[in-house]
Design a protein around this ligand. Sequence first.
Ligand code: ZN
Length: 146
Amino acid sequence: MVESTHSSSPNYDKPLPEIDADNREFWDSCKRHEMRLQHCSACGYWRYYPSPICHQCGSFEVEWRPITGLGTVYTFSVIHHPPVPAFSADIPYVYAVVELDEGPMMPTNIIGVASEDVAIGMRVQVTYDDVTPEVTLPKFAPVESS
Ligand code: ZN
């Protein structure tokens, strides 16, 4: 687990998610370090980003369920030029799309591994970065081999 502390949060100047009625449960679950996603009660489809309606069957019936936190690197890019100055200290860093074991694709960062060692198909697990008192960002690190 790689976790930051709240002590640096007043200085956090990177973009933050806009929390609204549709995604609040998601961000709250990240804050608790037990990420939950929407699971369609009608067809069983997992969805991310949060949305009031199922993209598969159109149902409004939904349940927030905990996920395994496991996934696979679907694609990634190593960032060498910061998109905004706040990211300067992080470069190079890995922006990736992780295919969760439950199915959804999640844009995220891969941490805890050198950028040159990240590979498509790598097994990863969620880790939580508490960037402000309100916001915890889910990031992914290589699954620790036992
Ligand atoms: Zn559905």
